[in-house]
Design a protein around this ligand. Structure first.
Ligand SMILES: *Cc1c(COP(=O)(O)O)cnc(C)c1O
Length: 426
């Protein structure tokens, strides 16, 4: 395939935008080469500026669970735009989306909309601190919760890809309040809690991790965290920016059968427009301004265009929950096909999957946390990524990212993808 125009556009973008991109992982630093500029997309396919058609496995990093330019979502946005795009005043559609989210997700009573997953996680932690009157939080190596200061400590995907797990600009003072444990390691968490008795406001995690590849928590780990939090008066925060409305109507809380105290959302909840949200019971959310003292605000929060996209998306998922099952079946099919193709080539690998999230790791050890994920062979990954791209399949350009399947992918697309794996040299 030819990427001449993409490369030219990238060269020009670099003159005006740092690194030519507005979010680092787009830049292909981990895999080499120039990023591809998209012209348009429909369903499961991307069409780039050179006229190539690619099967898309990132779906804008998760939001587009029903495929690109999904008609009910697009229609809702267009209709809304004609009535004005922002008012800075309350609108009915904010309540419509809030009501639907509260109906779909177990264990939440109030939800506040923001503009990104970063904002949602940042605000959730502020709320947890305000509610408990404690300062420290525990996060897990390789979990990504957006780019706010408290979280840029071993932050997975983008931050790891660029070799700056602790970004310059994050103060020592902030970093000291973020304690770090290995995913799936309850002992480490217990030790941190004992060593910081009475000082921890929240434990935050991706309940199914997607930013160090796809990593599933063991039952004893996730249930152990819940028990520990109950015992110690710590709030358990599920960052469901990726898993929310992707793994099922009720997200990870539902599929894992574990309740969180605060849940954050992003990606799917905005239907492809910039939306984040955080939610909890009425008591916890009552601490938020204007009802309570914990401040949080946003000029464009609850923006009518964004709300209309989110509402159209969640309405589709709520009325047709078979989508989750169909996506899971497609992902299982892809899993089997890729595994068989790699085995027949004799390529050492692990495939992790949960629902419609899947990741391929070129290592012989099970991938259960950040350290084991980081052992993947990046040279093989690069060959795999570029080989697949050459065959017209767009995978995440970093070994630390999961693929996000969308329901527009047909079994023919999956077969084409598996055939591509069979063809490439690794
Ligand atoms: C993408 C992501 C975020 C950050 O969301 P943005 O909208 O990019 O700010 C936070 N947490 C998780 C788990 C994510 O996958």
């Amino acid at each position: 395939m030819i990427y001449k125009r993409s490369s030219a556009l990238f060269a020009e973008a670099k003159q005006y935008i740092p690194g030519g991109v507005n979010s680092p992982v787009r830049a292909f630093k981990a895999v080499g080469g120039d990023p591809i500029f998209v012209k348009k997309a429909k369903g499961a396919y991307l069409y780039d500026e050179d006229g190539n058609k690619l099967i898309d496995y990132i779906a804008s990093w998760g939001p587009l669970i029903l495929g690109h330019a999904y008609e009910p979502v697009i229609n809702a946005i267009v209709e809304k735009a004609q009535k004005g795009t922002s008012f800075g005043m309350p609108t009915e559609i904010e309540t419509d989306l809030a009501k639907l989210a509260v109906e779909m997700v177990p264990n939440i009573e109030r939800i506040r909309f923001v503009n990104s997953g970063t904002e949602a996680c940042m605000s959730a932690v502020r709320l947890a601190r305000g509610y408990t009157g404690k300062d420290k939080i525990i996060k897990f190596s390789g979990c990504y919760h957006g780019h706010s200061d408290s979280f840029l400590i071993q932050a997975g995907s983008g931050a790891v890809t660029f070799g700056s797990p602790n970004s310059p600009g994050v103060t020592q003072g902030t970093a000291k309040d973020t304690l770090l444990a290995a995913y799936n390691n309850l002992d480490e968490v217990q030790n941190l809690v004992s060593a910081n008795k009475g000082e921890i406001a929240a434990i935050i995690l991706e309940p199914i991790a997607g930013n160090m590849g796809c990593i599933v928590p063991t039952d004893s780990f996730i249930k152990g965290l819940r028990e520990l939090c109950d015992h110690e008066g710590i709030l358990l925060v599920f960052d469901e920016v990726m898993t929310g409305f992707r793994l099922g109507k009720g997200g990870a809380q539902e599929v894992l059968g574990v309740k969180a105290d605060i849940v954050t959302f992003g990606k799917v909840i905005g239907g492809g427009l910039p939306v984040g949200a955080f939610a909890a019971n009425a008591d916890i959310m009552g601490h938020l301004a204007p009802d309570g003292p914990v401040y949080q605000a946003g000029t464009l929060s609850g923006n009518p265009l964004a709300m209309s996209a989110g509402l159209a998306m969640l309405t589709e998922l709520n009325t047709n929950p078979n989508i989750f099952k169909s996506l899971e079946e497609k992902t299982a099919y892809l899993h089997k096909g890729i595994a068989t193709a790699l085995e027949s080539k004799g390529v050492t690998h692990q495939i992790n999957r949960y629902g419609s999230m899947i990741s391929v790791h070129f290592t012989d050890e099970p991938v259960v946390d950040f350290a084991s994920s980081a052992k993947g062979n990046n040279d093989t990954f690069k060959k795999y990524f570029h080989g697949m791209l050459e065959q017209g399949v767009y995978l995440p350009p970093s070994a630390f990212e999961s693929y996000f399947l969308n329901d527009a992918l047909s079994y023919q697309d999956l077969d084409d993808t598996i055939a591509a794996v069979e063809k490439i040299a690794l």
